[in-house]
Design a protein around this ligand. Structure first.
Ligand code: HEC
Ligand code: HEC
Length: 307
């Protein structure tokens, strides 16, 4: 807080308290030339109802003095006067930290218990999965969607197609260490025509037809020299490298011609941030089980979305 606002707040707050004090003193005094017990204010209601002009009762005024005293003590102890922190050092931030710490302490044994169970075991444990869903919603849904179904560039975690593998250990590895997909750019090497040809070949890999067979043949040749190292001779991909299977109907970046050409020309570099530091191993274990459970629910279904 800037010095100006600190001064502004201090003057305003203390000024108000001083004004209250003065007001109480003022009302406490009997008016001059008035004998306190018998004078009336001169107001008359309902023909004969009159009002005595008397000072406020002592006990009532004392209540006001007490509130002023309370306010001053409060302002000494707690932050209230601009950037002055109060002698107790209390802050909302500190309060929040303490609450979080207390919460962590309470849930720690819970996670420790979960850590001893295997991922498939946890996937069948309803309360563990509720916890897993919460962790997912808070930490993963921004990228993978609240239902885990992903978006272009962010893999669908609820189908049974995995670029890095869907076994419990592989999922946990993905989450714990993160993943960096490296699909090199081939625009310069292939040129526009080359990109068109290879894209045509990739287009046909999952059983679709492309109108120009000569282009497909030409692309296949290029594929055999440039792409097999990562995507394999049949285009089935490689989970060690995160190179996607190009023969299924699921695409990370899109399987239409325009997306394929964009992928080949500019390359792709998907980045899954490592969660070890952020969440700690025990939470990663639970959320990995949740991800595993998502794909188990849909085992056998292939995601046909062509994004
Ligand atoms: C900043 C965005 C982002 C966040 C947050 C994120 N991910 Fe990812 N995740 C990605 C991307 C991008 C990939 C694909 C990486 C690649 O293309 O190589 C990925 C890949 C994965 C994979 C591998 C999928 C496969 O097909 O093998 C898993 C599993 C995964 N994420 C789980 C999670 C979980 C669980 C969380 C939350 C704890 C999470 N992710 C948080 C962006 C994110
Ligand atoms: C160095 C290994 C490597 C080489 C070589 C390579 N790729 Fe890839 N490719 C990858 C990786 C890894 C990804 C995933 C990128 C990501 O996760 O962001 C990928 C992604 C793709 C995709 C996107 C798939 C989708 O689901 O959207 C296509 C298409 C593709 N590659 C085609 C090719 C073709 C064609 C070639 C040869 C010209 C090639 N790749 C060469 C590693 C490679």
């Amino acid at each position: 807080m800037s010095a100006f606002w600190t001064v502004f707040i201090v003057v305003l707050t203390l000024g108000n308290i001083a004004a209250c004090f003065w007001l109480i003193r003022w009302t406490a005094k009997p008016r001059p030339n008035e004998s306190a017990s018998t004078e009336t204010t001169g107001h008359v209601w309902d023909e004969d109802l009159t009002e005595y002009n008397q000072p406020m009762p002592r006990w009532w005024l004392n209540l006001f003095y007490i509130t002023i005293f309370f306010a001053l003590v409060y302002l000494v102890l707690y932050p209230g006067l601009g950037s002055y922190a109060g002698v107790l050092g209390w802050s909302q931030y500190g309060e929040y930290e303490a609450e979080v710490a207390a919460f962590e302490e309470r849930v720690e044994p819970l996670y420790a218990g979960y850590a001893e169970q295997s991922i498939p075991e946890l996937a069948g444990n309803e309360s563990a999965m509720q916890t897993g869903q919460r962790i997912f919603a808070n930490n993963c849904a921004v990228c993978h969607g609240s239902d885990g179904r992903g978006a272009s560039g962010f893999p669908n975690l609820a189908d049974d197609v995995w670029n890095y593998g869907g076994e419990p250990d592989q999922i946990k590895h993905s989450v714990l260490q993160g993943r960096q997909g490296v699909m090199p750019a081939f625009g310069d090497q292939l040129g526009e025509d080359g990109v068109r040809a290879v894209a045509a070949y990739v287009y046909t890999l999952n059983g679709r037809d492309w109108p120009r067979q000569d282009l497909v043949e030409q692309g296949k040749e290029q594929y055999q020299t440039l792409c097999v190292a990562c995507h394999g001779p049949e285009g089935k991909g490689n989970q060690q490298l995160g190179a996607p299977n190009l023969t299924d109907e699921t695409w990370l970046y899109g399987g239409n011609m325009a997306s394929l050409r964009e992928t080949l020309t500019g390359g792709r570099n998907g980045n899954m941030p490592a969660q070890q530091e952020l969440l700690g191993e025990d939470r990663v274990h639970v959320v990995s089980a949740y991800v595993y459970s998502l794909s188990q629910d849909r085992q056998g279904m292939t995601g046909g979305d062509d994004n």
